[in-house]
Write a protein that binds this ligand. Structure first.
Ligand code: F0G
Length: 350
C-alpha cells in the first residue's frame, strides 16, 4: 500500500514493542534505494545509494530515535539526554518535542554543522556546547544519565540499534536479497552494528539467503578502529564522524570480522571528492561524513579490492543541506548581473 506508517509499525514483529507501546513516529524509514550509474560505471559493479537524508530530520538517526523515544515514553521518562556531533541531537530534539519530553543535548563547541544546531534549537532542546570533543560529551551525558532522572538516547541505548537495523530490512525487501557488499561511514560505530544485526536477523529468519560483507570507513584523522588506538584529538572536516573513542568499537570489529569485511580510513580530500562526485553525477546531496562510504568504495575498487559484477549498497547517512559550508566554499562565487538578458546570456556563454 502507498501508506507508510513509520518503521515501528512496518517492522513491528521484529522490534521490542507490544500492542500497548505508545509509538512516537514521524513516519521515518522507507528511504530511497537509488541506483548510482556513475559509481557503477567506475567500479564495474551494481551500486545503490541508501539515501538516509530523506528521513524526517534528514539523517538515519530518526530510525533509532523513533524506538528510543517510544521506549523512553513507555518507561515513564520525563527527560532524555544525548551527546552529539549534530544529527543525533537534531533527531532527539524532534522526537522529544513530538512526545512532549524535555531534551538535553551536549555538543562539542564550534564543531557541529549550522543546520544541525538550528534543528536542535528550533525543536526546543536544552543545548549545551561543551569545551571538548564528542567523546568528552558522551562521557558527560552517560554520567548525567546515571546521576539524574534522565534517559540516555545515544546508540549505547540498545533501542537505537533496534530501530536502525530496519535499514537492512528495507534493502533486502527492495533487492530481494542482501547485497554482496555494504559500505557505510563509521563514527561512534552504532550504525555498522545495527546494519549487521539487521542483516543477520533477516538471513537467520528467511527473508535473505545470505549476509553482505560489511565495509566501514572512518575519516583518516579520526580512525581509531583502523589504527587500534584511541585518538585523543580527532580531526576531520566530516564533523559528524569526528570521534576518537567509539562506544561500539568492539561490535564494529565483530561486524567486520564476522562478515569477512573491512574498516579502512579515507582522507578528507577523498571524502570531499566523493561528496562532489555524488552531487554532480548521481545528483544526491549528502553531508561530508556521508560521502565517506562512497570515498571508501572507490578507494577499495581503485586498489583492486572489489570484484566486478558485485551488488553494492552505500549508505549515505545525512542530508547535504545540514552542512552547506563545503558546497559553497568549493564552488566559484556567483556572478551578479543587472536585469538584462544580454548580460545574462554573455555570462552564461549562450
Ligand atoms: N554519518 C552521519 C551523518 C552521522 O551523523 C554519524 C554519526 C555517522 C555517519 C556515523 O554513525 O556513529 O553510528 O558510526 N553521528 C553521531 C551524532 C555521532 O551525534 O549525530 P555511527
Amino acid at each position: 500500500s502507498p501508506y507508510w506508517p513509520g518503521l515501528i509499525e512496518a517492522y513491528r514483529d521484529r522490534l521490542p514493542v507490544s500492542a500497548s507501546t505508545p509509538v512516537v513516529t514521524l513516519q521515518e524509514g522507507a528511504t530511497p534505494l537509488v541506483p548510482a550509474p556513475e559509481l557503477s560505471r567506475r567500479t564495474g559493479c551494481e551500486v545503490y545509494l541508501k539515501v538516509e537524508g530523506a528521513n524526517p530530520t534528514g539523517s538515519f538517526k530518526d530510525r533509532g530515535m523513533t524506538m528510543a523515544i517510544t521506549k523512553a515514553v513507555e518507561e515513564g521518562a520525563q527527560a532524555v539526554i544525548c551527546a552529539s556531533t549534530g544529527n543525533t541531537s537534531a533527531s532527539a530534539a524532534a522526537y522529544a518535542a513530538r512526545a512532549g519530553l524535555v531534551c538535553a543535548v551536549l555538543v562539542p563547541q564550534g564543531k557541529i554543522a549550522t543546520g544541525k544546531l538550528a534543528q536542535a534549537l528550533v525543536h526546543g532542546a536544552k543545548l549545551l556546547q561543551v569545551e571538548g570533543n564528542f567523546d568528552d560529551c558522551l562521557a558527560l551525558a552517560s554520567k548525567l544519565a546515571i546521576d539524574y532522572p534522565v534517559s540516555l538516547v545515544n546508540s549505547v541505548n540498545q533501542y537505537r540499534i533496534e530501530g536502525q537495523k530496519t535499514a537492512s530490512f528495507e534493502i533486502v525487501d527492495v533487492l530481494g536479497d542482501a547485497p554482496d557488499v555494504h559500505c557505510l561511514p563509521v563514527g561512534n560505530a552504532g550504525n555498522i552494528t545495527a546494519y549487521w544485526q539487521g542483516y543477520r536477523e533477516y538471513a537467520a529468519d528467511g527473508p535473505a539467503t545470505r549476509t553482505p560483507r560489511m565495509w566501514g570507513f572512518q575519516a583518516a584523522g579520526a580512525a581509531p578502529i583502523v589504527s587500534g588506538k584511541v585518538v585523543p584529538h580527532p580531526e576531520t572536516i566530516a564533523t559528524a564522524i569526528r570521534i576518537g573513542n567509539p562506544a561500539s568499537w568492539t561490535k564494529a570489529l565483530a561486524a567486520r570480522d564476522d562478515s569477512g569485511g573491512r574498516i579502512d580510513a579515507v582522507t578528507d580530500r577523498a571524502i570531499l571528492a566523493a561528496y562532489r562526485l555524488l552531487a554532480r553525477t548521481e545528483a544526491v546531496f549528502v553531508e561530508p561524513a556521508s560521502a565517506a562510504s562512497v570515498a571508501g568504495l572507490l578507494q577499495v575498487a581503485e586498489a583492486g579490492g572489489l570484484e566486478r559484477g558485485q551488488r553494492v549498497v552505500c549508505t549515505v547517512t545525512g542530508n547535504g543541506l545540514k552542512d552547506p559550508e563545503w558546497a559553497i566554499s568549493g564552488a566559484p562565487a556567483p556572478v551578479t548581473i543587472p536585469v538584462d538578458s544580454a548580460a545574462a546570456a554573455a555570462q552564461l556563454g549562450l
